[in-house]
Design a protein around this ligand. Structure first.
Ligand code: TYD
Ligand code: MG
Length: 453
């Protein structure tokens, strides 16, 4: 029988020690160590027969892409799934991870691929129910309710599928390690196992990962390091939009996004997201609303920023954000106070991005500032105007990238005017361009009754 020894592992970062520690010396987490028993069986050698070779002797094999035929998914993958890639899809419970991968499995089967869907969380009949809802019915899609990694490996060898889906990495375990499923050692071991399968058998493996309440993928960061592609599934669970965001991609562009809508028969691609994000907006201009053009990957997205400013009943005024970074808002408020003379010291400020999406781009600064300023003074930004620009601490407006693309998108969505940074000044015959050097100029340019600001 193989010898066993125990070790203590930090569940946050994977740091290992021989005894218990209250605080992790690696990541600083408190009370994160748990004891894990490990067998001393020698791990199987990985690609043992490969020898180093000079760079000049290496020939690039043709990269085989498998189209999923789900256009938004293909787009964030950089044109389809790469054969032999290990892809991690992470997101909150109930966001639609199992749905998108079952849909992907169905589409791949239609194009003649063999798919093995390993369900470690749901029974076969539960998957069948979901498949019926999604109108998927094909005999090349194998459903396998299993949690044991060794059994999964045996089935992969027997079936030799083109694509394997693991739902989810936190629910499967390897018999080599005695700690429970979901522990750092198990996740690492299972991921290693899947990596070997993907690389040695040239099978594409799609892995679902849960996220913790802080929004990180449960398990060590090492999981993100090991896989080829990391995709986050975001969105408001209570709204129908879902956004797939690629955070790491060894085979394509990162920061690309795919937009979906959850319907009663599954996720459907949203090809014109601007219609979706702006159609709830009232056609009349209202104080505290500004449209910004944020770049999401290669695609500009028009989103509405809303602000609410009012006298605070509290000792310290509130600054609450939804969809934008709070520290970014604090900086913009400081600039508005100092450079524009807007007194917000006794005002609560709430900023919200409609549509449940996150805008983390500095080009939205000017739009946020205008939403706050117009609400504070009860004036409006013209409803046909988009706002683009980053704000510096002295109140100057910095240029942004991809200005042409952003302007085209705004014009396509029917906007007539765009306030843009002076340094980005370009001529456009599709939309009237108003270049501004300073925040105060932007306020005067778009607000007709600005006298009191
Ligand atoms: P699911 O894929 O099970 O989420 P996850 O695997 O990320 O936990 O999807 C969960 C939600 O999606 C569930 O609350 C029901 C909803 N849903 C629809 O609205 N339409 C559908 O066609 C399907 C399959 C699910
Ligand atoms: Mg699920």
């Amino acid at each position: 029988m193989a010898k066993v020894k125990s070790k203590w592992v930090c569940q946050e970062c994977g740091y290992e020690t021989a005894g218990y520690l209250g605080k992790c010396p690696e990541c600083g987490a408190w009370g994160s160590f748990t004891e894990e028993v490990q067998s001393l069986q020698k791990p199987v050698a990985f690609l043992d027969d490969i020898k180093p070779s000079p760079l000049t002797d290496i020939h690039i094999g043709e990269e085989v892409r498998i189209k999923t035929n789900i256009s938004e998914f293909d787009r964030i993958l950089g044109g389809g799934l790469v054969q032999g890639a290990l892809v991690l899809i992470a997101g909150d419970p109930g966001i639609g991870k199992s749905t998108i991968l079952l849909q992907t499995g169905g589409e791949l089967c239609k194009s003649g691929k063999k798919v093995l869907y390993v369900s470690a969380e749901e029974s076969s009949s539960q998957i069948k129910l979901r498949a019926e809802r999604l109108s998927i019915n094909c005999d090349n899609l194998y459903i396998y309710p299993q949690t044991n990694m060794e059994a999964i490996k045996a089935q992969i060898e027997e079936l030799s599928p083109d694509i394997v889906v693991i739902d989810s990495i936190q629910a499967i375990y390897s018999g080599v390690i005695s700690s429970s499923a979901g522990s750092v050692s198990q996740i690492r071991e299972c991921c290693n196992f899947l990596m070997q399968i993907a690389k040695t058998k040239n099978i594409t493996v799609l892995v679902i990962g849960h996220v913790t309440k802080d929004g990180n993928i449960a398990g060590p960061k090492v999981l993100e390091h090991m896989v080829d592609t990391v995709i986050y599934f975001e969105g408001d669970k209570y709204k129908s939009f879902r956004i797939l965001r690629s955070m790491k991609n060894r085979f394509g562009n990162t920061s690309e996004v795919g937009i979906f809508e959850m319907k009663s028969n599954g996720l459907s691609c949203v090809t014109n997201p601007n219609e979706l994000f702006l159609n709830e907006r009232s056609q009349e201009a209202i104080p505290g609303s500004a449209i910004v053009v944020a770049n999401e990957g290669t695609r500009p997205l028009l989103v509405e920023i809303q602000a609410l400013v009012g006298t605070t009943p509290y000792a310290a005024p509130r600054r609450v954000t939804n969809g934008v970074d709070t520290s970014r808002l604090l900086q913009i408020l400081a600039v508005l106070e100092k450079r524009v003379g807007l007194n917000l010291s006794k005002q609560d400020v709430y900023v919200n991005v409609t549509g449940g999406i996150e805008v983390d781009e500095p080009s939205a600064d000017l739009g946020i500032a205008l939403a706050v300023a117009t609400c504070a003074r009860d004036v409006v930004v013209d409803s046909q105007t988009v706002i683009i620009g980053e704000i510096g601490l002295s109140g100057e407006v910095h240029p942004v990238n991809n200005i042409e693309k952003r302007l085209n998108e705004a014009a396509l969505s029917g906007f007539k005017k765009a306030i843009i940074p002076y340094a980005n000044k370009i001529k456009s015959d599709k939309i009237e361009v108003i270049p501004v050097k300073r925040l105060i100029d932007a306020i005067s340019a778009c607000v007709s009754n600005v006298g009191s600001v």
